[in-house]
Design a protein around this ligand. Structure first.
Ligand code: ATP
Ligand code: MG
Length: 566
């Protein structure tokens, strides 16, 4: 038994490294034993499953240690940001099952950040540089070679103050000058080589309009925002590890008491067969390669929601993969496993035939209809039962019939008995074909003594097939989804345009399906198990006269195993 399993069995879970840090800080009474976290999305796109990992941690740590978690929009780049995204981000966090304490915006701190920048200038710790971005980049040096000092590095404080105020007054064009922290051009940490802290942007901001003409860089806004809010643990992804000394540097200059926020980094979630960058996801949407942010093939939370993933399944998945200090890529099969597990407990079982062919029970009385009892969920007795209409003419799956079948074929073939789920054992007697060999109708005889659940129905047959009644079923469209990309790690294929890596077969639309009448009652996003096929949910595009279902995930496919053996 592994250690984790053992601890779980003992009713306690081993701590991850973040929980360990938090508990150490609590033990040392840091920050008055307060625990405060934040989830800091930039409102420049919809949240994806990677964000779910951060959300579960930020909100989870606060919950676990009796602290609070705030939502902070990191809106320091007006060019990419939009209110559309603010609303969707809130909706997705709530859907995942979390509620923030308060909502903040980094833009609320623009004045405080500006004042802090002025203070740094006054202390000789910042200067206005008139060089281009390219010139500054050329002077950066390399990790082993020191950089070059800007010719503007030592201009007088008064001149810096005047220029910075005029930058904000809108006197200069974008790119004309920047404000840089004056730290150390020879530092082994490249982020200390006089990082840019303010740039000129003339684009209006979605909240502050045209008030500001200068905007703080991420590093100059994030830690300070944490400080202004009282964040104690600022959890972020590993790429910020090298920024941490700079984070601490600004906090040291800013703070006026013992309180200090602490940045802790964890590994970002990457999933196979998809991309996780908002820039790339936006490109897929803008170029019409998917049908919007909530396309069920997208790794966005709204995409998963529309596809039928439950919040619980995503939380379980995040919990299972855990938090580490090294980057990797997680097999999407693990996420699929999580949703299967959750829907197995929750989703009612219904009958649907995706590729219907008629089955006529030639000895069943014409006009007779029986209401067969179907168990809603064998995993959950409290889910009860519903009835499904049985009649002389049924639909079964075309692939459940074979005219000349091999020996171990347990489905429908002339001369062989199979059970129709929740109904009778039937023996196939033949079929009718079109001249080109397409099966048009299958014939069988039922045995009235074999009704499911009756004491005398114990006769064993090897195959059980699902079916719906021709006259009582409803037409439906079913959308089948496959991986969005053909390669495991599209972000790694640097020499290829990622569009070339898209899977052309990622969406299959079946327009000819039949589902049992019970599904008339389904509401948008309701999940079901289509027996023997997989988990499906009702798409919000569905109308009363045109039901539309999405395949969330297939069942562990016993059919393909069977086929392999045949
Ligand atoms: P992208 O590069 O896709 O735009 P981002 O990191 O810029 O992502 P933000 O909106 O800034 O996106 O992210 C908000 C929070 O979510 C940050 O704390 C960030 O570290 C975290 N986060 C983003 N992507 C992932 C991921 N794939 N796995 C875990 N956490 C993530
Ligand atoms: Mg970001």
């Amino acid at each position: 038994m592994n250690e984790l399993k053992q601890n779980e069995d003992e009713g306690r879970k081993s701590l991850n490294f973040i929980e360990t840090f938090v508990e150490q800080d609590l033990a040392e009474s840091k920050n008055g034993k307060r625990i405060q976290t934040r989830f800091p999305p930039e409102p420049n796109g919809y949240l994806h499953i990677g964000h779910a990992k951060a959300i579960c941690l930020d909100f989870g740590i606060a919950q676990q240690y009796g602290g609070i978690c705030n939502l902070r929009f990191d809106d320091t780049n007006p060019v990419k940001e939009d209110v559309e995204y603010v609303g969707s981000i809130m909706e997705d966090i709530r859907w995942l099952g979390f509620q923030w304490n308060a909502v903040y915006y980094a833009s609320d701190y623009f004045q405080q950040l500006f004042d802090f920048a002025v203070r740094l200038i006054e202390q000789g710790k910042a200067y206005v540089d008139e060089q281009s971005a390219e010139q500054i980049a050329n002077q950066k040096g390399t990790p082993t070679q020191p950089g070059l000092e800007s010719p503007y590095r030592n201009r007088p404080v008064a001149e810096n103050l005047d220029l910075f105020r005029r930058m904000q007054a809108g006197e200069f064009e974008e790119g004309r000058m920047t404000l840089r922290a004056k730290i150390d051009m020879a530092s082994p940490n490249m982020h200390f080589r006089d990082p840019i802290i303010y740039r000129i942007i003339k684009h209006p901001h979605h909240r502050t309009g045209t008030t500001w003409k200068v905007y703080p860089m991420y590093d100059f806004a994030h830690g300070q925002s944490d400080y202004f809010e009282g964040v104690t643990h600022s959890l972020c992804t590993l790429e910020f590890e090298v920024h941490r000394p700079l984070y601490d540097y600004y906090i040291e200059l800013l703070r006026s008491d013992d309180y200090r926020p602490r940045q802790i980094e964890f590994n970002r979630l990457n999933l196979t067969y998809t991309v996780m960058s908002k820039r790339k996801l936006l490109q897929l949407v803008k170029e019409g390669l998917v049908n919007g942010w909530d396309d069920p093939r997208m790794p966005t939370l709204c995409g998963y929601r529309r596809r039928g993933y439950t919040p619980q399944s995503i939380r379980n998945f995040v919990n299972k993969i855990g938090y580490t200090k090294y980057d990797g890529i997680i097999d999407v099969a693990l996420l699929e496993h999580a949703v299967r597990e959750d829907l197995n407990i929750k989703a009612p079982r219904v009958s649907a035939v995706l590729d219907p062919v008629r089955l006529i029970l030639t000895n069943y009385p014409e006009g007779q209809v029986e209401a067969m009892e179907a168990v809603n969920n064998p995993e959950d007795p409290s889910a009860g039962t519903h009835t499904i209409a049985f009649s002389r003419e049924l639909y079964i799956e075309r692939e459940d019939f074979m005219e000349d079948a091999p020996k171990k074929y347990f489905r429908m073939t002339p001369g062989q008995e199979v059970r129709l789920k929740n109904a009778y054992i039937v023996r196939c007697t033949g079929c009718r074909k079109t001249p080109d060999g397409t099966i048009e109708e299958i014939y069988a005889e039922y045995d009235p003594a074999t009704l499911s659940g009756r004491p005398d129905s114990n006769r064993k047959v090897k195959g059980t097939l699902h079916w719906v009644s021709v006259a009582h079923s409803l037409p439906a469209e079913v959308r089948l989804y496959d991986r969005l990309f053909m390669v495991e790690n599209p972000s790694e294929e640097k020499d290829k345009d990622f569009f070339e890596l898209l899977n052309p077969g990622s969406l299959t639309i079946l327009t000819n399906c039949r589902v049992e009448a019970e599904l008339k009652k389904a509401a948008p996003l309701d999940s079901f198990q289509f027996q023997r096929i997989g988990y499906f949910n009702l798409d919000p595009d569905s109308r009363d006269d045109q039901l539309i279902f999405n395949r969330t995930v297939s069942l562990k496919n016993t059919w393909s195993n069977l086929k392999d053996k045949e």
